[in-house]
Ligand binder design. Structure first.
Ligand SMILES: NC(=O)c1ccc[n+]([C@@H]2O[C@H](COP(=O)([O-])OP(=O)(O)OC[C@H]3O[C@@H](n4cnc5c(N)ncnc54)[C@H](O)[C@@H]3O)[C@@H](O)[C@H]2O)c1
Length: 463
């Protein structure tokens, strides 16, 4: 649905009114377009002394042909050169240069006293980041730090990044990546995602990268040869997921309930996919999915997107409303995963991606059933991730306010609040959720397991 306030804010009168009343001014965010570079615009790279991830970061910047700069940092220049990255010189006093992304390797920070490296690097350039730009800080997973002091300092990065996300405005997203010891070779898919317009509505997030076998991937078609199944694919976010996974090269099986068959056919035919009309709560849903996927070489990716709301305060909620929401949003996904994992229903290096919600993180009035189901999805990811084998991973996205039929039905005042109460001052688009799902679905994301990433423009809810 259209955001009329955003359209108004672009008109001359709108600009005047917004400026004078100090109202939020939503920027039109850059979104992915095919056949364009990962990042359009200059990248400024920085590093704290003794950082150990700069080589891996420089390698990715080199792979994506980023126009990269660095200030006066001989150690960084040398490491970058070894990775084949040519860093142009940036003079700190130069206020004219603008950057599309600023990447800082904070892995060398070993104590809270050294956190001033963040200040020293970011303070002079804080006003030099372009509209819809990126701030990416890369640190070490605090749990894998060698000393308590280092763990504390690395944990502190989170507060810094989240504040930058709220402060910089102009549609600039700020995110933190924690890399486990020995996992630097697994960083590429995450860094490509965060640098690119695919992450337009992902801000204030922490993505954790762990060590895993590095798989060969064609970054222009990271899902080539893969078979994906998306539940709830006949409309809304599910439709966008089906499109993005097909764009990235997958054969997509679009699943929805039988009454949605016409829409399902429309979506599947537009992406050369196939359909499965099935209620995911059916006892044999897992077996049906396995059987259909077998016709396409077996299942590589399953996206548990189907979900419903039945909102009522707890005192007014009928038992069937409780049961239906928990069953569709949580228990069905659990049962399908159990079946597939116990019956070789997911191929080696398979990807399970779930859809949670910020309601499952923050709770919401009238949504005890929905929030419980979506918090359960986070539990599903957290407790399944460590027991998976054969390179299979599980992750979730937690959307915030996304412009869909679901949110169009919310009363005006609450809808406006949901839309504006985030660092981007606007709702996200279904494609923003889909792009983040595509990150987790990617062959290159073997090191992402157990993550829950919010796609919420850094919503204040549950922040
Ligand atoms: N729209 C938002 O702002 C938002 C925010 C947070 C989370 N989410 C989550 O994102 C997901 C998609 O939301 P949406 O806004 O696109 O909703 P939607 O209602 O437009 O689409 C949901 C789809 O799931 C299907 N579905 C429902 N029950 C099913 C069942 N038993 N078996 C098979 N399919 C079934 C529906 O037919 C529908 O096509 C949901 O899990 C939702 O909870 C949405």
């Amino acid at each position: 649905m259209t955001d009329q306030y955003q359209a108004f804010s672009k008109s001359p009168i709108g600009k005047f009114v917004i400026k004078n009343l100090g109202l939020p001014s939503p920027i039109e965010l850059d979104r992915f377009e095919s056949a364009t570079p990962v990042i359009k615009g200059a990248v400024l790279l920085g590093a704290a002394p003794n950082s150990i991830l700069s080589g891996a970061i420089a390698q990715v910047l080199s792979n994506v042909h980023a126009n990269s700069y660095a200030g006066n940092n001989a150690e960084l220049q040398q490491v970058a050169a070894q990775s084949g990255l040519n860093l142009s010189a940036f003079n700190e006093g130069d206020k004219e240069s603008k950057f599309k992304a600023v990447v800082f390797d904070a892995s060398g920070i070993e104590s809270s006293e050294q956190l001033n490296e963040l200040y020293k690097f970011f303070n002079p350039i804080a006003r030099q980041i372009q509209v819809s730009g990126r701030v990416i800080v890369i640190g070490l997973t605090p749990e894998s730090a060698k000393t308590v002091k280092q763990a504390i300092a690395q944990r502190a990065l989170e507060g810094f990044v989240k504040s930058v996300g709220k402060e910089f405005k102009k549609g600039i997203a700020a995110d933190l990546v924690y890399v486990d010891a020995g996992a630097e070779q697994n960083l590429e898919s995450t860094l490509r995602f965060l640098l690119s317009p695919r992450s337009a509505y992902v801000s204030g997030q922490v993505i954790r990268v762990s060590q895993a076998k590095v798989l060969e991937v064609d970054w222009t078609k990271p899902l080539a040869g893969k078979t994906a199944l998306v539940t709830g694919a006949s409309r809304g976010i599910g439709e966008a997921i089906a499109h993005v996974l097909a764009r990235d090269g997958a054969h997509v099986i679009c699943l929805d309930v039988p009454p949605q068959q016409a829409d399902l056919d429309r979506v599947a035919s537009s992406i050369g996919g196939s359909t499965l009309a099935l209620d995911i709560t059916a006892p044999d849903a897992g077996a049906e999915i396995k059987a259909v996927a077998a016709n396409h070489g077996g299942l590589d990716i399953i996206v548990h997107n189907a979900g419903i709301t039945r909102d009522k305060t707890l005192a007014n909620m009928k038992p069937e409303m409780w049961d239906l929401v928990i069953n569709i949003n949580l228990s069905a996904a659990e049962r399908i995963n159990d079946y597939l994992l116990n019956n070789q229903g997911i191929n080696e290096n398979g990807r399970i991606v779930c859809v949670s919600s910020i309601s499952g993180i923050a709770g919401n009035l009238g949504q005890t059933n929905y929030a419980a189901s979506k918090a359960g999805v986070i539990g599903l990811v957290k407790f399944t991730a460590p027991i998976l084998e054969q390179g299979i991973t599980i992750n979730a996205v937690a959307p915030g306010f996304i412009e869909t039929q679901m949110t169009a039905a919310i009363p005006f005042a609450i809808r406006e609040a949901g839309r504006r109460m985030n660092s981007m001052s606007q709702g996200g688009l279904p494609v923003d959720v889909a792009e983040t799902i595509a990150l987790f679905a990617s062959t290159g994301s073997s090191g992402l397991n157990g993550n829950v990433v919010r796609v919420c423009g850094q919503s204040l809810l549950g922040a």
